[in-house]
Design a protein around this ligand. Structure first.
Ligand SMILES: Cc1cc2nc3c(=O)[nH]c(=O)nc-3n(C[C@H](O)[C@H](O)[C@H](O)COP(=O)(O)OP(=O)(O)OC[C@H]3O[C@@H](n4cnc5c(N)ncnc54)[C@H](O)[C@@H]3O)c2cc1C
Length: 555
């Protein structure tokens, strides 16, 4: 059996930052279903928030984040994020991050939605690419053991203590037990639960599903972020940086419609506000072929090529649009999960020895709506904390025994998936889950719509028992991985659906046309979803409010 002091599941920015923060005296492994630099963090575009300018402050960053979260974010967690952010940027720069500069040679910062100060550091519109490669270099430098193209199928928790994981070596098809004193889950987001999203196909909510199946609660899963600007018919992200640099939105009548919905901040209001506005414009017939238009022409070719080269290319290649000459057709699309595995501010979960960080965790710094640029900073600040906390834990504890019978059971379960020979192919099921989630748990929700969605998911569930694979081989069986991921998608879809239907208010990204107001009396609380016998079981916990009293959210 493979054994480590610390095993990190996920090698995106959160997982790699955690690995780099672990004690050099410990035996650390990091495992990823894709090569680390293909982790989805690589796709991050617009930037990373920190109050590095002397005329800015972490307190102002904290205020913007709390307001952006519609007061559902935990303020102790947000304070840590905002206080530590400037130092985190300096650390990244010392490691070699090539942040874009202003004319004086200082780190340039751009405007982003919901920020009262241009606070977003960036590397053109390829920030994730730059940071992922930077941290991968650090992994190599520290000779951390990397298991690339390994897929975790089960998290082993017994008597409230995490014992390790069971993982599948995709290359050889071997299924192995990996024991560790501490495990850090850093498995990223869940966009594919909705079918089309800004996320790559690898964002299937695996880590959240692993934790959920092991009995841990998933927090605030009803809060799904719809990004206002995804490229027409593709789901590809057109970064908020485009609006941060001065781009604006208009409808079929040529009206700059954000004047109406957010008179002060306009295109730089928070994402939930702009997505609902664009949705309303399109629904009320003021869209252009199901889109609104993003105009960056006035920035001029030079600035577009310097600051936004990637979205220029995306628009050209996938929509046939030369953004220097014509506006880009965009529409709101599924982007990010504010919810995840519930943790405290030390990234510890309710299971001893189990930590979580990054998009798969809910610490909760984003509450009901994340501000652009805060997710990357969360991966760095809380990834680091996870590495430090897990190290302290692993240095004090002995390895709890690994129950090897669980390995045998898992091998039998996976063999039975390969042997199933009566039933349907999985594509139809995946498509149907995505359709239900898109149609019933979108930007605007109602009770009737969501109950119907839950009913349709219940109809889909039994089909999961009879899915037939064409590839029954051991070596690089990507079809089997797709099936295992589909199990995550199904579980997470149910959790989102049940959590959303229960919350009878509108807050941040969860907007209900039958409960249009925020209700702080009943709903100023986090949802916790536990695995129940048939459907998720819900509980709630209070929100932590320390410095910033409840207020109205207007942009
Ligand atoms: C297109 C796009 C642009 C974005 N731009 C920005 C931005 O500019 N600023 C910002 O703040 N945020 C941005 N975000 C959000 C941000 O990029 C993500 O929230 C963040 O990068 C997630 O990092 P992570 O480390 O948590 O997960 P990821 O980078 O997604 O890494 C997850 C890791 O887990 C591994 N994994 C998952 N499941 C398993 C399994 N079962 N077994 C083994 N390994 C597994 C994966 O292989 C991967 O290594 C953007 C998101 C998208 C989709």
């Amino acid at each position: 059996m493979i054994s480590h002091d610390i095993l990190i599941v996920g090698a995106g920015l959160a997982g790699m930052r955690a690995a780099v923060a672990t004690s050099p005296h410990l035996n650390v492994g990091i495992l990823s279903k894709v090569h680390p630099v293909r982790s989805h963090s690589v796709a991050a575009e617009g930037g990373i928030n920190a109050a590095v300018d002397p005329s800015d402050s972490w307190e102002a960053h904290m205020f913007d984040t709390v307001k952006g979260s519609d007061w559902l974010g935990d303020q102790d967690a947000i304070e840590i994020l905002c206080r530590e952010a400037p130092h985190a940027i300096m650390e990244l720069e010392r490691m070699g991050a090539l942040f874009s500069r202003d004319p004086h040679g200082a780190i340039a910062q751009r405007n982003f939605g919901g920020l009262g100060f241009p606070r977003t550091c960036f590397v053109a519109d390829r920030t994730g690419h730059a940071l992922v490669h930077l941290l991968y270099e650090q992994l190599v430098k520290r000779a951390v053991q990397v298991y690339e193209e390994w897929y975790v199928t089960e998290l082993i928790v017994e008597e409230g203590v995490c014992r390790g994981v069971i993982a599948f070596n995709i290359l050889t098809g071997e299924i192995e037990a990996i024991s560790a004193k501490a495990i850090i889950i850093a498995t990223g987001g869940l966009g594919t639960v909705f079918g089309v999203s800004t996320n790559g196909l690898i964002n299937t909510g695996d880590g959240m599903a692993l934790a959920y199946r092991a009995g841990l609660p998933l927090q605030d899963m009803e809060f799904i972020q719809f990004h206002p600007t995804t490229l027409k018919e593709t789901g590809l992200l057109i970064t908020e940086g485009a609006r941060g640099e001065g781009g604006y939105l208009f409808n079929a009548r040529g009206e700059r419609f954000m004047d109406k919905y957010a008179p002060k901040m306009k295109e730089l209001a928070s994402r939930d506000v702009i997505s609902r506005a664009a949705y309303q414009e399109i629904r009320e017939g003021r869209g252009v072929d199901g889109c609104v238009m993003l105009d960056i022409r006035h920035l001029g070719r030079d600035k577009i090529m310097e600051r936004l080269p990637q979205i220029y290319e995306l628009a050209r290649l996938y929509a046939g649009v030369d953004a220097v000459e014509v506006p880009i057709p965009v529409t709101p699309g599924v982007h990010y999960s504010m919810g995840g595995i519930a943790t405290n501010t030390d990234t510890a979960t309710s299971v001893i020895g189990l930590y979580a960080a990054g998009e798969s965790a809910a610490v909760s710094v984003h509450g009901a709506n994340r501000l652009g640029g805060n997710a990357l900073m969360e991966t760095i600040v809380y990834g680091r904390r996870a590495g430090v906390q897990a190290s302290e834990f692993a240095q004090q504890m002995a390895q709890a025994p690994f129950p090897l019978h669980r390995l045998q059971q898992e091998k039998e379960r996976i063999a039975s998936l390969l042997e199933c020979d009566k039933g349907e192919r999985m594509g139809g099921v995946k498509h149907d889950i995505g359709r239900v989630m898109t149609d019933h748990f979108g930007i605007v929700r109602t009770d009737q719509q969501m109950q119907e969605g839950i009913r349709r998911l219940k109809e889909i569930r039994p089909r999961m028992e009879h899915l037939v694979l064409q590839d029954r081989g051991k070596i690089f069986n990507s079809e089997l991985i797709d099936l295992l991921q589909l199990h995550s998608i199904m579980d997470i879809a149910e959790v989102i659906a049940v959590s959303a239907a229960a919350r009878e208010e509108s807050r941040g990204a969860h907007y209900r046309s039958d409960f249009t107001k925020r209700d702080d009396v009943k709903w100023l609380q986090h949802t916790l979803a536990y695995k129940g016998a048939e459907t998720p079981r819900l509980d709630y916990r209070p929100v932590t409010i320390t410095r910033i009293p409840l207020g109205e959210r207007k942009y």
